[in-house]
Design a protein around this ligand. Structure first.
Ligand SMILES: [Zn+2]
Length: 118
């Protein structure tokens, strides 16, 4: 799986702007390259496990998710793991302080995976 560098930079920027709140979006693209995100509003009182899945456009191919951790933890929480398995297979967590390299990609089990930035 690959991700476009301009998209990745944009996601880090949005996470920074959304701080101290959490940002969540779905990742989509084509031919194995993540090219776009779909922003999904959710209740800021909960975490992203509380998203309303009826807001997800029908027929969209979901590659995975991205969300931010204002807490600066780079690792998925137990709730994150239960949500990951519902949405594709690549899950990016952008964490405080939202630097260029303040992100990691995980599979649905929460293992760190390599994705190529293109
Ligand atoms: Zn999380």
């Amino acid at each position: 799986m690959k991700i476009r560098s301009d998209l990745l930079e944009g996601l880090v920027e949005i996470a920074r702007e959304t701080h101290p709140y959490e940002f969540f979006a779905l990742l989509t693209g084509k031919k194995g390259v993540i090219e776009e995100f779909i922003y999904i509003p959710f209740d800021q009182g909960s975490n992203f496990a509380g998203i309303n899945t009826s807001l997800i456009p029908v027929g969209i191919r979901i590659y995975g998710t991205v969300h931010s951790h204002p807490s600066n933890s780079p690792f998925p929480s137990p709730q994150d793991l239960s949500t990951f398995s519902s949405f594709g297979r690549v899950h990016i967590i952008v964490h405080y302080p939202y630097c260029k390299n303040c992100w990691n990609a995980f599979d649905s089990q929460g293992n760190v995976i390599e994705i190529e930035v293109v």
